[in-house]
Ligand binder design. Sequence first.
Ligand SMILES: NC(=O)c1ccc[n+]([C@@H]2O[C@H](COP(=O)([O-])OP(=O)(O)OC[C@H]3O[C@@H](n4cnc5c(N)ncnc54)[C@H](O)[C@@H]3O)[C@@H](O)[C@H]2O)c1
Length: 268
Amino acid sequence: MSKEFQNKTVFITGAAKGQGRAVALGFAEEGANIIAFDLGEKIAYPAYNRSSNEDLEKLKDDVEKAGGKIVIYAGDVRKGEDVKEAVERGVKEFGGIDILFSNAGIAAYGNSWELTEEQWDAMIEINLRGGWLVSKYVIPHLIEKKKGVIIYNSSIAGLRGMNRMSHYSASKHGLVGLTKSQAIELAPYGIRVVSLHPTGVNTPMNDGLAELEGTTPIEIAERSAGNLLPVPWVETSDIVAAVKYIASEDARYMTGNQFVLDAGLLTR
Ligand SMILES: NC(=O)c1ccc[n+]([C@@H]2O[C@H](COP(=O)([O-])OP(=O)(O)OC[C@H]3O[C@@H](n4cnc5c(N)ncnc54)[C@H](O)[C@@H]3O)[C@@H](O)[C@H]2O)c1
């Protein structure tokens, strides 16, 4: 274990489940402080989303059992007042923020012409506007330190089209524009901004999509065209390794770029 992240503070959205939870535990193991933000209750769309206060409490227990420090906040990335309060609470507890893993997201299927306005808006508001809104309140604290790293969890869908996922793909492409523009704005302050583009990841999101589509999680992973390497998906531990690397000093000249973790999918 390096001492690189010891006493650093990491703000993570979508922290109660899947990749966010794994990244929270991964940084806590390195001695970092965690500010974990996630929904406290179920939202209407998509129907599978079941993260709850209990998931956040469980994360808190697990981080504390591992000897880490954590502030949890149940809120919605669509709501500025929630995000602002979570940032203020975390900064009060830990004295600042060093790394933002902007990861909260939803996914769902539907032909573009059959989506309702509400479905389109929810996708963009959570995946894209939510990413921007969290950064809006975190960035002043990074500027204060003249240092920091922002990582947006996009997807391979942020770099290519996806059948029956136009709203998802549009939201994830939007994060690339946000990443590149903020990299330009924030470079003078020593702050780096990178988007992460995983292929399918073995998380509750795939279970939820499978449930909605009446199929299996493996079939959901295969629908994204298939990886070049013979694996249906990558694991959350692969995401943890990638996020730690991007956030580390080893990646100090990486900014404005797209970090692809796709098991070769985009090359296929
Ligand atoms: N699972 C995959 O195959 C995959 C692949 C590439 C990218 N991604 C992206 O990775 C990110 C993490 O997904 P995951 O696989 O861990 O899925 P997940 O469903 O397990 O976790 C996502 C978390 O985001 C939270 N969330 C959703 N809407 C929110 C809101 N409005 N406010 C606050 N929190 C909210 C959920 O409650 C959940 O805990 C997402 O942005 C997703 O689009 C997922």
